[in-house]
Design a protein around this ligand. Structure first.
Ligand code: ZN
Ligand code: ZN
Length: 323
């Protein structure tokens, strides 16, 4: 029987994070209880800690753990973070990620992964193949989000991509686009991170501060989380090109829509993705996340992990829960 006792975890309330040992057992009826092993700090977690979405509870949605019950009992699992109702039109169309009744792990009405245990429906879980270690498995959720672009945009009809942002998500998006044969330029601040990218992807410092010569890209991806960057991307994109918005910006920003109309640029909002392509890309070695973990903390020091991650300049900060 899964344990029912209170658990230790990181709790967010009224803009402050604290480690608590009295958190309620998270298991929901009919769902799978997961013993968390590792969890990554994501920009969304940092935004929640600043008050985004008014979230109160345990944050955390990029995790690997071991299922205590259900079809994968005893196995390492990762999980899709949107828990859908399974009964509405969206769910019937296999788009539970847009179910209006959904809860979202560590983001919306569902206790998250910066804790000893979490609960998710069995259909959200995917077993982790033995070739993928725990550190790498934590990247499957953001990598699935990067793969979402391939579900929304026909990449075979694009050739040159501009990715704004050389943080975690920007690099993952660059890897996915490069894997699909596009030449990729990342506009960022850390040229040395180019060594983490495949040969057909580079990083250019301060690129967006300059004026574009011609309009070199037919695809652009916003992965900075800064709302003003969308307007900066427009002049770099060819007529009939596509701009994918990969981050949820916390504040609105003005955008002159006339060039978008005149040049018939397609804007695509893009959020969470399906796990199987991400798992297969990592398992087969087509995508690597080696070198992206920059710091690690035990769960007992997870407030410090958030503080370190929010200072910026680091790729992934991991929290080890099971040690
Ligand atoms: Zn995330
Ligand atoms: Zn639904």
């Amino acid at each position: 029987m899964p344990e029912q006792k209170p658990m230790t975890g990181l709790f967010l309330a009224d803009g402050s994070l604290a480690l608590r040992e009295d958190l309620p057992h998270p298991e929901r009826p009919g769902e799978v209880l997961v013993q968390v092993r590792k969890v990554g700090v994501c920009s969304t977690d940092l935004a929640l800690a600043r008050g985004y979405m008014g979230f109160q509870g345990v944050p955390g949605h990029e995790f690997v753990g071991v299922a205590s019950n259900g079809p994968f009992a005893g196995q390492r699992v990762v999980g899709e973070i949107n828990a859908a109702c399974g009964q509405c039109d969206w769910c019937a169309r296999d788009l539970g990620r847009h179910c209006p009744e959904r809860t979202v792990l560590g983001i919306l009405n569902r206790s998250g992964a910066f804790a000893e245990r979490l609960s998710l429906p069995a259909e959200n879980l995917h077993p982790v193949p033995p070739e993928i270690d725990d550190d790498t498995a934590v990247f499957l959720e953001p990598l699935a989000a990067a793969f979402e672009i391939t579900e929304q945009v026909s990449l075979s009809s694009h050739r040159r991509a501009l990715v704004a942002g050389d943080g975690r998500l920007g690099l993952l998006c660059a890897k996915v686009l490069a894997l699909h044969g596009l030449d990729v330029v990342v506009a960022g601040h850390h040229p040395e991170r180019a060594e983490l990218l495949p040969k057909n992807a580079t990083i250019e410092k301060d690129l967006l501060d300059g004026k574009p010569r011609g309009r070199p890209f037919d695809l652009a991806v916003e992965a900075t989380g800064k709302p003003e960057v969308l307007a900066q991307l427009v002049p770099w994109v060819q007529p009939r090109g596509t701009i994918v918005l990969k981050t949820t910006a916390e504040r609105p920003a003005p955008l002159d829509l006339a060039p978008v109309v005149v040049d018939e640029i397609t804007l695509v909002g893009s959020r969470c993705g399906q796990f199987p392509p991400a798992i297969e890309a990592i398992r087969s070695g087509q995508v690597s996340v080696a070198g992206m973990v920059a710091a690690r903390y035990p769960l007992s020091e997870s407030p410090a992990a958030f503080q370190r991650a929010s200072q910026g300049g680091l790729l992934k900060v991991l929290v080890d829960v099971s040690t």
